[in-house]
Design a binder for this molecule. Structure first.
Ligand code: CP
Ligand code: NVA
Length: 297
């Protein structure tokens, strides 16, 4: 049984198998194979979503399946039914589960108990579907990610920073994370991942000669109570024209979205790079179709 629970747990060969099948899904959206034909996939979400929800709903449909969106607050899970019971009920009725929630342990428990494929659609710990899409987008635009330099500017300790660490370690590119100490990923994760990872407080050093400048929100979902403190602490860790000047000529500016202009990126830089950023958003659909196809293959 295949799952996509984290990039930490995903083999490099499986990432490459997913990437290899994306062009076919992208080239023939409505004429592709229908590996989910007759299937129903539950999408159990405890956090807000635009891209992930829409891309999975459309993708499951285009692969011949039916998405069943379950807002966690509308099912008994929201009133305290244990995740292991929810898993065993869904496992008897649907063919796969896409889950967005807080705790990574809940996703692992769901996968252990449901007996059907489970996809992590974002937890506090990782956002594997996003980073697989981002790596695919870099490959599409720069030819390859191997040997390239990705500079992640902002909250490096969040789910995105951690998924980038595992991608860099497994796929062989350099990752530089520029963040205040408090917002750097744990040294334990970096050591466990291995690879070429630089942690720094100096965003200029991170951006110097980089092939990609990447950012994410300063206030991730679930951290709203820390909002004012985070905005104060991360102020300055912004992608803007002066930072971009330090990167390699033609460097990509990427953002997983949603974007908060004037915070992690300024408006002019966002709009000047909107072509790349919205190609990246669109690729969620194509890459996730490849992921679903791999899961049931
Ligand atoms: N990037 C991303 O996952 O967006 P959503 O939160 O809108 O799904
Ligand atoms: N780090 C962000 C990613 C949003 C797609 C969050 O968890 O809210």
């Amino acid at each position: 049984m295949r799952h996509l629970l984290s990039l930490e747990k995903m083999e490099r060969a499986d990432m490459e198998a997913v990437f290899a099948s994306v062009p076919a899904f992208k080239a023939a959206r409505l004429k592709n194979d229908r590996p989910l034909s007759g299937q129903t996939w539950a999408m159990m979400f405890s956090k807000a979503s635009t891209r992930t929800r829409v891309s999975f709903e459309v993708g499951i449909h285009e692969l011949g399946g039916r998405p069943l969106f379950l807002n966690a607050n509308d099912i008994q899970l929201g009133r305290g039914e244990p995740i292991q019971d929810t898993a065993r009920v869904l496992g008897r009725m649907v063919h796969g589960i896409v889950i967005r929630t807080f705790s990574q342990a809940d996703v692992e428990e769901l996968a252990a108990m449901a007996g059907i494929p489970v996809v992590n659609a974002l937890t506090d710990a990782e956002h594997p579907c996003q980073v697989l899409t981002d790596v695919y987008t870099v490959q599409e635009k720069l030819g390859s990610i191997s040997g390239k330099v990705v500079a992640f500017i902002g909250d490096g300790a969040c789910n995105m920073g951690v998924s980038w660490i595992w991608a860099a370690a497994k796929l062989g590119f350099e990752l530089r994370i520029a963040a205040p100490k408090k917002y750097q990923p744990s040294a334990e994760v970096v050591a466990r991942a291995g690879g070429n990872i630089m942690l720094t407080e100096d965003l200029k050093a991170a951006a110097q000669g980089a092939d990609v400048l990447y950012t994410d929100v300063w206030v991730s979902m679930g951290k709203e109570a820390e909002s004012a403190q985070r905005i104060a602490d991360l102020s300055g860790y912004q992608i803007n024209a002066s930072l971009l000047k330090l990167a390699k000529p033609g460097a990509l500016v990427m953002h997983c979205l949603p974007a908060y202009r004037g915070k992690e990126i300024d408006d002019a830089t966002f709009e000047a790079n909107a072509g790349t950023i919205f190609d990246q958003a669109e690729n969620r659909l194509h890459v996730q179709k490849a992921i679903l196809n791999w899961l049931v293959g």
